[in-house]
Design a protein around this ligand. Structure first.
Ligand code: NAD
Length: 245
């Protein structure tokens, strides 16, 4: 019997990552749930996934830290024995401020979590991936707006992930590995509380053409589409999941 395909989702103990883990499981994938700190939530996601009758394992790793990334991929080798899809989802936002108020510690934390992690995880994934595999990066609408006076560090990290998507898609295309990206915008998750504005989605939803905030599940479906064979001729591409923003 052929083994089910395997997906690794970084930062999957909550929010978009958790919704994506559940959606891939529903489609028959075995799922590796990476988390940084919240083991109890990661376990809960894994328990829900096992109810679909597929394999789910959790692994603690700070994906911005190379030794943790190497350990995560060794765990995948030993536990799953293959890797078909990587979703570079882990990301952070910090309180709103202008560049003049930002210190190097904050900037480096944002950049290492939001972009270095995607470089490291993609490199390790590509050492293992075979023809037909794919990577989906999670960017943000902020990559296009620049998020002035709020989070230009976050926006710039997401601009970098867009460029990584374009370059890497070309670098691995001859191996028939695809690299794509979703750009969510104003999705109801706990990230906005970390950014100092817990009600951000409700505060700003009137600016969205669709007039409402998005759900993590709606982002998960776009990620799944890009990873799936339904998107077999799509690489280096972007889907905005942002209510028309
Ligand atoms: P979230 O805060 O719920 O999820 C982010 C996850 O990443 C958390 O589980 C966190 O623990 C994890 N994480 C942070 N640093 C990590 C590290 N070093 N190693 C491993 N895991 C780490 O927020 P979310 O909204 O679900 O965000 C998921 C992705 O979507 C992020 O990349 C975010 O930038 C992006 N995004 C979200 C929105 C939105 O409106 N919620 C909009 C645009 C983009």
């Amino acid at each position: 019997m052929t083994k089910p395909p395997v997906v690794l989702i970084t930062g999957a103990s909550r929010g978009i990552g958790a919704a994506t883990a559940l959606y891939f499981a529903e489609q028959g994938y075995s799922v590796c749930i990476n988390y940084k700190a919240d083991e109890a939530s990661a376990r809960l996601v894994a328990e829900k996934i096992r109810m679909f009758g597929v394999k789910a394992e959790i692994f603690k790793a700070d994906v911005s830290y190379e030794p943790d990334v190497l350990a995560l991929f060794l765990f995948i080798d030993e536990t799953f024995g293959r890797l078909d899809v990587l979703v570079n989802n882990a990301g952070i936002l910090k309180g709103q401020m202008t560049l003049l108020e930002m210190d190097a510690e904050r900037i480096n934390h944002i950049l290492s979590t939001n972009i270095t992690s995607a470089f490291l995880c993609s490199r390790e994934a590509l050492k293992r991936m075979l023809s037909g595999a794919s990577i989906v990066n999670v960017s943000s609408g902020a990559a296009k707006t620049g998020a002035p006076y709020e989070y230009i560090d976050y926006a710039a990290s997401k601009g970098a992930i867009d460029t990584l998507t374009i370059g890497l898609a070309k670098e691995v295309a001859t191996r028939n590995i695809r690299v794509n990206c979703v750009r969510p915008g104003l999705i109801y998750t706990d990230m906005h509380a970390d950014g100092g504005e817990p009600n951000r989605v409700d505060n700003l939803k009137h600016k969205l053409p669709l007039g409402r905030g998005g759900k993590a599940e709606e982002v998960a479906k776009a990620i799944y589409f890009l990873a799936s064979s339904d998107a077999s001729f799509t690489t280096g591409s972007f889907i905005d999941v942002s209510g028309g923003l």
